[in-house]
Design a protein around this ligand. Structure first.
Ligand code: PLP
Length: 222
């Protein structure tokens, strides 16, 4: 199978209300262009340097999502073109994104990354630290970011019960947050969960964005 036909296959498994982010990290721009030519317009990258290089060489109507950890000293370069930063994992980062976005008068879509997996990770809010940030209403004063939803990654395991329960917990948290802080805000509506091996479960549990790399592009060579 080639990436273009993989894309068609994946799209046939995804309902129309779910957005597909094609995760192109570690794949060359030529392969990304093949998938673009097959009709895909939304792509995700994990690292700023790679994103920046691809963005410069690929068509300008691509909607780019950053899905990996963002260091504050790298925010500036992506500000002119980034559509959504899915990996906002601290109050500090949210403030910095707002600062740089204001300099060029843009408003950037941000998903709050929530740590739901059993694996250790330095990144992502816990449910409590996310509640804490939102409870303190300072974020409402940030005029150059829109918090459009939440993102999370399940534990990497074949145990589908574990994966399902983590996605379910994140959906439950999403509903809580929506009700408490965003009930009047129609922009807060995205729940980004599901990758190549678990996107079907994620969609059953309420995902609105899936991030799929391997099933479209094949294995990555690190
Ligand atoms: C790499 C990555 C993906 C895509 O993973 P696949 O298993 O290749 O589909 C999705 N989300 C995040 C955050 C990633 O880093």
């Amino acid at each position: 199978m080639n990436p273009a036909s993989n894309l068609t296959e994946i799209k046939s498994n995804i309902p129309p209300h779910v957005k597909l982010v094609a995760v192109s990290k570690f794949h060359p721009k030529e392969t990304v262009a093949e998938v673009y030519n097959a009709g895909q317009r939304v792509f995700g990258e994990s690292r700023v340097q790679e994103l920046d290089a691809k963005q410069a060489q690929l068509p300008s109507d691509i909607e780019w999502h950053l899905i990996g950890h963002l260091q504050t000293n790298k925010i500036k370069v992506i500000m002119p073109y980034i559509h959504t930063i899915q990996s906002v994992d601290s109050w500090k980062l949210l403030q910095e994104i707002n600062k740089y976005a204001s300099r060029i008068n843009r408003r950037i879509n941000c998903l709050l990354e929530i740590h739901i997996a059993k694996e250790e990770s330095k990144f992502g809010f816990t449910f409590d630290s996310c509640r804490e940030m939102l409870e303190n209403e300072e974020w409402k004063g940030l005029g150059h970011i829109s918090i459009t939803g939440l993102m999370g990654m399940a534990t990497y395991t074949d145990d589908t019960d574990v994966v399902r329960s983590e996605f379910r917990a994140l959906k439950h948290f999403f509903d809580e947050i929506k009700g408490k802080y965003f009930s009047q805000d129609t922009q807060f509506r995205e729940l980004s969960m599901g990758m190549s091996h678990d996107y079907r479960i994620a969609i059953e549990e309420g995902s609105t964005i899936v991030r799929i790399g391997t099933s479209i592009f094949g294995e990555r060579e690190y």
